[in-house]
Design a protein around this ligand. Structure first.
Ligand SMILES: NC(=O)c1ccc[n+]([C@@H]2O[C@H](COP(=O)([O-])OP(=O)(O)OC[C@H]3O[C@@H](n4cnc5c(N)ncnc54)[C@H](O)[C@@H]3O)[C@@H](O)[C@H]2O)c1
Length: 255
């Protein structure tokens, strides 16, 4: 049975990498999906329409750090789908970042990482929550990272930004609960997304072996490993679950 039949979702960063898998998984469970990314998601929207029926998916080229673009995205989603039940805050600067000592990180890069990873998630939640409040139901899934538990070196901007996402999730859960809205952090371990493999082999080299060694389940992690947890957080199965971190990493950290 489709667990998200009749639901509508926005997936930020939904055109590429792990986000592309999230978009497909939500559509596969019956949701209509707005794919929002700085990359063009037209091909994916067409693929989802042909697989699940016309009107399943739309795409929007949107920079989540820009409030006017976020407002336009939310308005377009409401115009097209009539409501928003699920928000997946997945867009982030991750693969684009190269490891460097924190004393070498430029202020401009630091600020850009915070603008996309933290402000972007805030802006999306801010403008989507208004609509969720009216219907007294919603699911916000913020994508964190296992790096926040260990504080990996040479990614200080990224790790700090994902720590902020966890804190934001907790504080927003206290405001959103009375409106029937659940908000949680999904924290993946090191995942061999198509984008990290193709675009950041240096990071794969430093992370892959250690990630397996730290896990209880000793193997590589791939995007499909996250989809069961994603659908759980997006569906009514998690209606009494909010403000939490759900770590999916083969048992590397125990939350
Ligand atoms: N791959 C991993 O090991 C791993 C581990 C933990 C958490 N994560 C998180 O999972 C998510 C996806 O990771 P990924 O491996 O697919 O990396 P990725 O860098 O390929 O994914 C980021 C996505 O966000 C989009 N994006 C970037 N800036 C944007 C902006 N300003 N506005 C809108 N979209 C923007 C990108 O085009 C891309 O689709 C990220 O939040 C990442 O931090 C990844």
């Amino acid at each position: 049975m489709a667990r998200l039949a009749g639901r509508t979702a926005i997936v930020t960063g939904g055109a590429k990498g792990i986000g592309r898998h999230y978009s497909k998984a939500l559509a596969g469970e019956g949701a209509r999906v707005m794919i929002a990314d700085i990359a063009d998601g037209t091909d994916l929207a067409q693929e989802l329409d042909s697989r699940h029926g016309q009107g399943t998916a739309l795409s929007s080229v949107t920079d989540v750090s820009d409030e006017s673009q976020v407002k336009d995205l939310v308005a377009k989603t409401i115009d097209s789908f009539g409501k928003i039940d699920i928000l997946v805050n997945n867009a982030a600067m991750y693969v684009a970042l190269h490891e460097q000592p924190f004393i070498d990180i430029d202020v401009a890069l630091w600020d850009r990482v915070m603008a996309v990873n933290v402000r972007g998630s805030f802006l999306m939640a801010k403008h989507v929550a208004r609509h969720m409040m009216k219907q007294r139901y919603g699911k916000i899934i913020n994508i964190g990272s296992g790096t926040t538990f260990r504080g990996i070196p040479k990614m200080a901007h990224y790790v700090t930004s994902k720590g902020a996402v966890v804190a934001m999730t907790r504080t927003l859960s206290r405001e959103l609960g009375e409106h029937g809205i659940c908000i949680n952090t999904l924290a993946p371990g090191f995942t061999l997304s198509e984008t990290v493999v193709a675009d950041n082999p240096e990071h794969v080299n430093t992370s892959k072996a250690g990630a397996i060694q730290r896990r209880a389940l000793k193997r590589d992690m791939h995007p499909p490993d996250l989809l069961g947890a994603l659908v759980f957080l997006a569906s009514s199965d998690s209606d009494f679950y909010t403000g939490q971190i759900l770590a999916v990493d083969g048992g590397a950290v125990n939350t």
